[in-house]
Design a protein around this ligand. Sequence first.
Ligand code: FES
Length: 186
Amino acid sequence: MSALSSQVLEEIKELPAKYPQPRSAVMPALDLAQEELGHLTPEAMSEVAVALQLDPGYVEGVATFYSLFHLEPTGKHRFYVCTNLSCMLRGANEIVAHVKQSIGVTHAEQVSADGLFSYEEVECLGACEFAPMMRLDHKYHYDLTTERVDQLITERRAPTPLTPTLSPGGERERKPRAPRKKKADG
Ligand code: FES
């Protein structure tokens, strides 16, 4: 039995036609696989390689190089909290501490007991004017406060949204940038 659904495999097979270089389809293909499974298993990576007719080592190399791809299980909703300078100066550390406490984890990569959440600290996401900010569920969330974090968590724990999708100072239209993992100090 294959790791990826036939529907996703079909979508992946159609990707190379959209790019001048067929191997450029590997990133969106891995993104589709990850979206379906939550993280990239060895089986999923090898199915992506077969679907794109690429060397499995190349596909695995891409998956392991970029931090937006996860090789271990992550929470269904992942907080990518920017802790670069502008966000740091405007309270990013407080936001990180609040996220950790609210979802019940002690460190990045740990998944909350209900399987819904995990977080990581990332480099600048290019929205410094709205610091502190983060990416969550493919959207940027700006001008964060601990209350706003609570609201976002509550919405995702509830089966139906409690508030409109767009709220003042909350989510604005901007194409999310792929998060870059924070480098370890030292
Ligand atoms: S420093 Fe956080 S978005 Fe630039």
